[in-house]
Design a protein around this ligand. Sequence first.
Ligand SMILES: Nc1ncnc2c1ncn2[C@@H]1O[C@H](COP(=O)(O)OP(=O)(O)OP(=O)(O)O)[C@@H](O)[C@H]1O
Length: 457
Amino acid sequence: MPAPHALLLVDDDAAFRKVYGGLLRESGYEVVEAADRPSARAAFEARPFPLVLLDLMLPPDGSVSAGLEGLAALLSARPGTKVIVVSGAGDTRHTLEAVRLGAYDFLTKPVDPDVLLVVVQRALARVTLERQVESLRTSLTRAAGDTALVGQSAPFLASVSLAERVAASDLPVLVTGENGTGKELLARTVHLKSRRHAGPFVPINCGALPESLLESALFGHVKGSFTGATKDHRGLFAEADGGTLFLDELGDMTPSLQVKVLRALETGDILPVGADLPVKVDVRLISATHRDLGRMMQEGAFREDLYWRVKGVEVHLPPLRERASDLPLLAKHFLNQCAHLCPDGRARLLSDAAAEALAAHAWPGNLRELRHEMQRATVLAGERREIQPEDLSFTGSERPRASAPGATTLAQKVEALERREIEEALKRCGGNRTHTAEALGLSRQGLLKKLERFGLT
Ligand SMILES: Nc1ncnc2c1ncn2[C@@H]1O[C@H](COP(=O)(O)OP(=O)(O)OP(=O)(O)O)[C@@H](O)[C@H]1O
């Protein structure tokens, strides 16, 4: 992992900045300077520096209490930042107050250059260490199971191998595949295997929010830019700085937002809603879609320039029906995951008949559907050690009728079946639409459209 080496030097004394900024640059650090509180704030918001050298008494007012407030705000926005307070001799009381607020260390003017270099080096080494701890924690969670990619079938392993090879590069990745095939899990794996693994992985579902909310979620906004914007909001591009932004359901993004995302990707700058100045970010993009972006492009629903930007390397995940040999392994994996739902805490087993029923099912909702089935079957099996076919929603008496009275054409029959599936899923999920969409392997937006079409709203 590369050591962090960028710092923000905030002091109104130009001579101090010149001497000490020069010294730090000569020692290999990247130094950005700010001479007053507003420009320090703007620089810090534009880029989350791991280390800030901070003079407490800054223009425009030179007041220490405003300086301490600024320090507290900075630390509450980014608690991992190391702030070294640089104060004049005789400021002990304020310096101690700054340390109490969370400043990492302090230096008193006149500053000994050797001491400065040691303190800076120590603070940045600490940042590296903290990032490593975070990365190990992430790897441990992953090893603990929830993010393990289960599967041995040839088409699945081919996708994983491609994803692992591309992970080390900083290329954008487009993950394609039907709903519930594991696109988000694969995106997380690419992030964890990349050099950005200690940085954040920030997912957002582009199909879940209306355009205006999605724009401010992605790019952030400034206070007062619209009704309800009661404070500044950084936005997910900025959250993902130094890490990976995962744009799920990219195909659901409206054309006008596509333009804005394209601009951000081309320039590395994002413009928060209502802001005058852009903010620089360093983000790797992974996108996913279950749609055929190539066809959408031909139909004019997806911009060609954005397509080529986000595509980088395309990794396609096969649907579950094309990796049938993974079914027993995955079913067992999901049964283990929900063992806590069993009265005795021991994972249920699949009876031969249930395994056969799983093999005969088409799995339109892919792995997500399988996971839900295994959860549901675990609960229905109760004290029984083995899952039986009657514990599965698509067998026996629970099988939905494929046609409805009066439906004659294939399209009508499919529609009737779809409607029935949705009604039943809604009932099972107690009317909760997010859960229903999940259970059916749909985006929330997709479900809402269908509810409207079927008059179920
Ligand atoms: N290879 C795998 N091994 C184990 N679990 C998996 C695997 N792939 C996916 N899962 C699990 O299946 C569920 C669905 O996966 P995920 O959310 O990644 O799918 P998706 O393709 O992103 O879905 P959508 O298109 O609806 O956004 C999740 O619970 C995930 O943890």
